[in-house]
Design a binder for this molecule. Structure first.
Ligand SMILES: [Mg+2]
Length: 396
C-alpha cells in the first residue's frame, strides 16, 4: 500500500486531514477547533509522506516528527499520525486499540471540559449555579473541570485581582502576583463549587498559565481540605512553548493537592524532565498536540513507571478526535484517570460523522467500539454540504 495524497479541509473550525492510498482506503484525523488556520502547515508535510506505506506508521513518522513543535505546531504531525493509524487499522480489519497493544479497559472514563453553560456572573454563587448545571448534564460526568484564576475571566471581573495588568481574551496573557483579596476570591469560588459537587463528583481546576510559585503554593495548600482532583497548568500550559520542570517540582513538593500540566507539550523528549524529576502528579498531553496516539501511549507508560497519572487533554478535538481518544485510552496503562471529552461544534458535526454510540457518554463512560480503524466515518453526502469553497474535491 502506498500514500497517494494528503488532503486537508476545515469543517466549521476544525481542520480535518485525509490521507489517501492506492488501495481505496483513506485515513482521517482532526485538529483542535482553535486551529482553523493550520491547513497550509498540514499540507507542508505532503511531499515527505507521498509514496510511503501508511501501515508502517513509525517509519512514516520518522520522516516528519522532528518537523513539529509545541502547541499549535505539533498538531499537523499529530493528525497525520492518527490518520495513519486509521488506515493501518482498516487495512488489518482491526480497531486501532488492538494495534496499540490491545484493550486494558472495555469502557473509558471521560471528564467534562467542553460541555458548558453560560455564566450568569462571576461571584462565588454564580460559579456554584454553573457547576450545578454541569453536574446535572446528561453525560453524568464523574469529574468536572472549571477554569479559575488566570485561566478564566476572574482577573478581568474581580477588581484588583492581581498586581499585573488584566487583559481580556486572547491566549491567557495575564501573569503576576495575586492580591490577598484576589486569592481569597479564587478560594471562595472553589469552595462554592465544591459545596455543589460534594464528594459525588470530582472537581478539577484549570488555573493558568501565569501563577507565581508562592501563589501557586498558597492556592494548592489552601485547597488541600477540599480534595480537588488536580490544579492544571498553574505555571505554564496552553500556548507556552516550554516545560519548567524544576519550577513545577517546587510547587508539587509543597502540597498534597495534585498538580497537573502538559497539554501544550510536543513529543516524549519534552516530557522527560517532568516525569523523571516527578515534577507533577498528573500529566495531560493531547493526542492532537503531542505527536499522536502512539506517542501519548509511550509517555503514559513512562509516567506510570514514575508513579505519575495521566488525564489526556481533548476539549477541542472534535468527533474524529474523540474516536482517536477512545481508541488510545482503551490501551493506556493503569495510571489512566479519564480523558477530556470533546463535543462537536457546530451541532451539525453530529450529522456528518457516523459510528458514534448514541448517547455517546453514559454515567461518565464511553463503551469502546470494535470497528476497524478509529471506527468512525464521514457521511460524505451530508459532510459535503459543509465543505468550504475550493475544497469540493476533498472526498474525491
Ligand atoms: Mg487546560
Amino acid at each position: 500500500m502506498k500514500i497517494t495524497d494528503l488532503k486537508c479541509t476545515v469543517f466549521g473550525q476544525n481542520p480535518v486531514v485525509r490521507i489517501v492510498t492506492d488501495e481505496g482506503i483513506s485515513g482521517y484525523a482532526e485538529v483542535e477547533a482553535s486551529k482553523h488556520y493550520l491547513k497550509p502547515h498540514i499540507l507542508f508535510y505532503k511531499p515527505f509522506i507521498l509514496g510511503e506505506d501508511p501501515t508502517n506508521v513509525e517509519r512514516v513518522m520518522l520522516k516528519i516528527r522532528r518537523l513539529g513543535s509545541f502547541k499549535p505546531w505539533g498538531s499537523a504531525v499529530s493528525a497525520i499520525e492518527m490518520a495513519l493509524w486509521d488506515i493501518a487499522g482498516k487495512a488489518a480489519g482491526l480497531p486501532v486499540y488492538k494495534l496499540l497493544g490491545g484493550k486494558v479497559r472495555d469502557r473509558v472514563r471521560v471528564y467534562n471540559g467542553a460541555v458548558r453553560f453560560e455564566m450568569s456572573g462571576y461571584a462565588p454563587q454564580d460559579y456554584a449555579e454553573n457547576m450545578a448545571r454541569m453536574k446535572a448534564a446528561r453525560e453524568g460526568f464523574s469529574i468536572i473541570k472549571q477554569g479559575i484564576g488566570f485561566h478564566s475571566s476572574m482577573p478581568a471581573q474581580f477588581p484588583n485581582f492581581s498586581y499585573g495588568e488584566a487583559r481580556e481574551g486572547g491566549f491567557h496573557a495575564n501573569r503576576g502576583l495575586l492580591t490577598e483579596r484576589g486569592l481569597k476570591y479564587v478560594i471562595a469560588c472553589v469552595e462554592a463549587m465544591k459545596e455543589v459537587l460534594g464528594d459525588e463528583v470530582g472537581l478539577a481546576l484549570d488555573c493558568g498559565p501565569g501563577w507565581t510559585v508562592p501563589d501557586a503554593i498558597r492556592l494548592a495548600k489552601a485547597l488541600e481540605p477540599l480534595n480537588v482532583m488536580w490544579l492544571e497548568d498553574l505555571l505554564t500550559g496552553d500556548y507556552v512553548p516550554y516545560v519548567s520542570a524544576g519550577v513545577y517540582r517546587e510547587v508539587t513538593r509543597s502540597t498534597s493537592t495534585p498538580i497537573h500540566t502538559g497539554e501544550q507539550i510536543y513529543l516524549r523528549q519534552n516530557f522527560m524532565e517532568l516525569i523523571e524529576q516527578q515534577a507533577v502528579n498528573i500529566i495531560g498531553p493531547d493526542p492532537c498536540d503531542v505527536g499522536g496516539i502512539a506517542e501519548l501511549k509511550w509517555i503514559a507508560e513512562y509516567a506510570d513507571l514514575h508513579g505519575i497519572l495521566v488525564a489526556p487533554h481533548g476539549t477541542g478535538d472534535g468527533l474524529i478526535g474523540l474516536a482517536a481518544l477512545v481508541q488510545m485510552s482503551a490501551a493506556l496503562p493503569q495510571n489512566y484517570i479519564a480523558f477530556e471529552y470533546p463535543v462537536g461544534r457546530p451541532a451539525w458535526w453530529y450529522d456528518i460523522v457516523r459510528g458514534l454510540p448514541d448517547p455517546i457518554v453514559v454515567d461518565s463512560f464511553i463503551e469502546v467500539w470494535d470497528r476497524p480503524g478509529m471506527g468512525v466515518e464521514f457521511d460524505e453526502r451530508a459532510a459535503s454540504k459543509y465543505l468550504p469553497e475550493g475544497d469540493g474535491d476533498f472526498f474525491d
